[in-house]
Ligand binder design. Structure first.
Ligand code: ASP
Length: 586
């Protein structure tokens, strides 16, 4: 049996003309015209047309007649110019006239047609993931992923970083999710936790003096799987010593620049813009804004003070806010306005969406028209100089956070609906100066917004009365409305770290038990450090322009955390459980 390959299918070009080549791969398609059989042969690089003249070689003809899609075959033959060129195929000028053919493996009837996957249930695709991955689009994405990861490794080594692996059998890291636990057979009753990130280890690697660390790290978070979350995912994780925020940001954006050059053969405009959390929240109602379009949120509170509407007055009197979005040159119909109001109320949970349109004579058309004072258009124009009579305003009133969050979501939905997003653009930006804490409504406590090892920005942070004003030395990298990465300068002294745990309400006994090793390390020559992690899956999704995280991972899990192919998670035997000292109570 011969199954050498002298060239990949997609690489056949002029250089091989009139030469004998060997190819191996999958049958993409077969067309039997009687005297001639065409086969499109596929491997990871693409397709090439094979030609079998049935009269010339009865033995090959017989084999070829039985060939079906997805058979694995090996051929040798001569490369000739095609008379009918196929401009849609990169190898469309050539064909291979087959002189030898071996069928290496046949293929049962497929569970679904590979070209038809868009109409196939995703669970079925994942059950036969190896078939799904054969599709050229998936092959391209996985190749892109490889190229990006290789570029990361190359870049960090050029910059003097060490790649250091950290344990998977680990201990809880407070990244805000639930841990996956692994029972320990040798010490029954004890458990490892799979790392939510290598956060603790990388801080200790800095204490060990390695200075610059990176890792393509697997992370595990047992969360309820919202769209585009996976229980295990990959991060580019890095940490540096003796640096400040801008050093980390510079290293990371230069990495992006290198990836851009490699993938798109284009320069990425650097440095990336930097905005504070407050700036982006004010304008976009989110900490991960999509800046490919305008529709920025504006504060109309002042102007609405004169609108005698009791629900507005009550919101304003309780220090609430009135925010709005100006949609330029858009005259929504009645039914469109109803649709947007329903979206705001039902999907965004707003207590109402106010719209304002203008007539030629500057008078107002609105659900609240009769409450609007005289000359409102002119007053608006003083705060929105570019306002035109053809524009529409959408307005939401609530407390600042709720109103702006809803407006932020409305903004994105409007942009998608009105086709305002240039899909070719990649708008990266840094968001800095995050609040150190956020109020956790469930536990009624302050929680760390990033993680409890993030350094406060203000020296007197612990005595500040308004805790929401304490800032963190944290930064996020955002692209097209998605958080791609995040990191911080870490606490590097014992006193601050203790105060942080105390502030978060973690009992001393608990933090001693959980993080005693870190508290000790902080007292044994601990350098100033900081770092960041990029979500590689997210980055690839952005680069490959796909909307599902499952499209960029070779073997992803479904929304309910299973793998239909291997049928995981699966039941284990009572004996196995006994060995690790666990009893199934289900
Ligand atoms: N460990 C953090 C995370 O996974 C990243 C960092 O702070 O470096 O989000």
């Amino acid at each position: 049996m011969q199954f050498q390959r002298s060239v990949y299918c997609g690489k056949v070009n002029e250089n091989f003309l009139n030469k004998e080549i060997y190819l191996s791969g999958w049958v993409n398609k077969r067309r039997d015209l009687g005297s001639i059989i065409f086969i499109d042969l596929r491997d990871r690089t693409g397709l090439i047309q094979l030609v079998i003249n049935t009269q010339d070689n009865a033995e090959i003809a017989e084999l070829a007649k039985n060939i079906r899609a997805e058979f694995v075959i090996s051929v040798s033959g001569k490369v000739l110019k095609r008379s009918a060129i196929n401009p849609d195929m990169p190898t469309g000028k050539f064909e291979v006239v087959v002189t030898k053919l071996t069928i290496l493996n046949t293929c049962k009837p497929l569970p679904y047609q590979l070209e038809d996957t868009d109409n196939v249930d995703e669970d079925l695709r994942l059950k036969y993931r190896y078939l799904d991955l054969r599709r050229p689009k998936m092959q391209e994405i996985i190749a892109l992923r490889d190229k990006v990861i290789f570029t990361m490794r190359e870049y960090f080594h050029e910059q003097g970083f060490y790649e250091i692996e950290t344990p998977i059998l680990s201990k809880s890291t407070p990244e805000g999710a639930r841990d996956f636990l692994v029972p320990c057979r040798l010490q029954q009753g004890k458990f490892y936790a799979l790392p939510q990130s290598p956060q603790m280890y990388k801080q200790l690697l800095m204490a060990a003096g390695f200075d610059k660390y990176f890792q393509i790290a697997r992370c595990f978070r047992d969360e309820n799987l919202r769209a585009n979350r996976q229980p295990e995912f990959t991060q580019m994780d890095m940490e540096m010593s003796f640096i400040n925020e801008s050093d980390i940001q510079e290293v990371c954006e230069n990495l992006l620049g290198k990836i851009w050059q490699k993938i798109f053969n284009k320069a990425l405009k650097l440095p990336l813009p930097r905005y504070t959390f407050q700036e982006v929240f004010d304008k976009f109602g989110t900490d991960a804004p999509d800046t490919r379009f305008g529709l920025e949120i504006r504060d109309f509170t002042k102007i609405f003070e004169s609108v005698e509407l009791s629900f507005l007055q009550s919101i304003i009197s309780k220090a609430g806010k009135v925010g709005g979005i100006v949609i330029k040159n858009k005259n929504f119909s009645r039914s469109e306005l109803d649709k947007w109001t329903e979206f705001a109320n039902k999907t965004l949970g707003c207590k109402g969406l106010i719209y304002i349109k203008f007539k030629e004579d500057k008078s107002i058309q609105s659900s609240i028209a009769k409450y609007i004072p005289e000359n409102f258009y002119d007053k608006l124009k003083t705060i929105i100089p570019d306002l035109d009579l053809q524009d529409t305003l959408f307005i939401i009133a609530d407390d600042y956070e709720n109103a702006w969050t809803a407006l932020g979501k409305l903004r994105v939905e409007l942009a998608q609906n009105l086709n305002l997003i240039n899909k070719e653009e990649y708008n990266f930006l840094w968001v800095t100066d995050f609040p150190l804490f956020e109020w956790d409504k469930q536990s009624n406590k302050w929680a760390a917004k990033h993680h409890p090892f993030t350094s406060p920005a203000q020296k007197d942070w612990d005595s500040m009365s308004d805790k929401s004003k304490i800032l963190a030395r944290a930064y996020d990298l955002v692209c097209n409305g998605q958080e791609v990465g995040g990191g911080s300068i870490r606490i590097s002294d014992l006193e601050t770290q203790r105060k942080m745990f105390d502030f978060l309400g973690i009992p001393k006994k608990v933090y001693q038990e959980q993080f005693g090793f870190l508290l000790e390390a902080l007292q044994m020559g601990f350098p100033p450090i900081g770092g960041l992690a990029f979500g590689i899956d997210r980055l690839i999704m952005i680069l490959a322009k796909v909307n599902s995280i499952r499209d960029v991972i070779a073997f992803p899990k479904t929304q309910s955390g299973s793998c239909p192919m291997l049928d995981t998670p699966s039941i284990v035997s009572d004996d196995q459980l006994k060995e690790v000292g666990i009893k199934n109570i289900k």
